[in-house]
Design a protein around this ligand. Structure first.
Ligand SMILES: [Fe+2]
Length: 159
């Protein structure tokens, strides 16, 4: 499986002329996602989490003009570069292909969740069910991070 290094991710972000605030957002999502991957008792590939988090919005800058579906075009772009596993996760960063698919979180779950937790470049203390695709009622009650993980995976993350 090919996974771009952190340096290679930075180069791809540079070549795609990613806007500064999207770079800041992506770096923060990467911090949160890699923290979770390190902290959870789950069999996760840290290099895959890092690359997918850094590149999850790789086509977002141009999507502001084109209105393309940046999750899907980001996926296709990364597949075209030879990174299908990274592309698969990027394609699920807005909506997961499957919710509650397994007992243990996957790399796609972690990146999707980290993206929901990072609002611009700040880590939000609460997450809205709407953002998880679980609640179609806008303005639904926010749930805490611990509540989310304990309900979903039956255990809380290590501190
Ligand atoms: Fe995005």
């Amino acid at each position: 499986m090919r996974i771009p290094t952190r340096q290679e991710c930075y180069y791809i972000m540079y070549k795609m002329k990613m806007m500064d605030h999207i770079v800041a957002h992506s770096l923060q999502v990467c911090r949160v996602a890699t923290f979770l991957a390190d902290s959870l008792e789950a069999d996760l590939n840290p290099d895959l989490v890092q690359a997918a988090a850094l590149l999850h919005d790789i086509t977002k800058t141009r999507s502001i003009e084109t209105h393309e579906d940046h999750a899907q075009t980001g996926k296709q772009f990364l597949i075209s570069l030879g990174y299908p596993r990274v592309g698969d996760i990027v394609g699920q960063h807005v909506l997961l292909d499957e919710y509650f698919a397994s007992d243990s979180p996957t790399e796609a779950d972690v990146v999707n969740y980290a993206d929901k937790r990072v609002v611009h470049d700040k880590v939000a203390t609460r997450i809205y069910p709407d953002a998880l695709g679980e609640n179609k009622n806008p303005g639904g009650t926010p749930v805490s991070f611990l509540f989310f993980f304990s309900r979903r995976y039956g255990k809380s993350p290590r501190a």
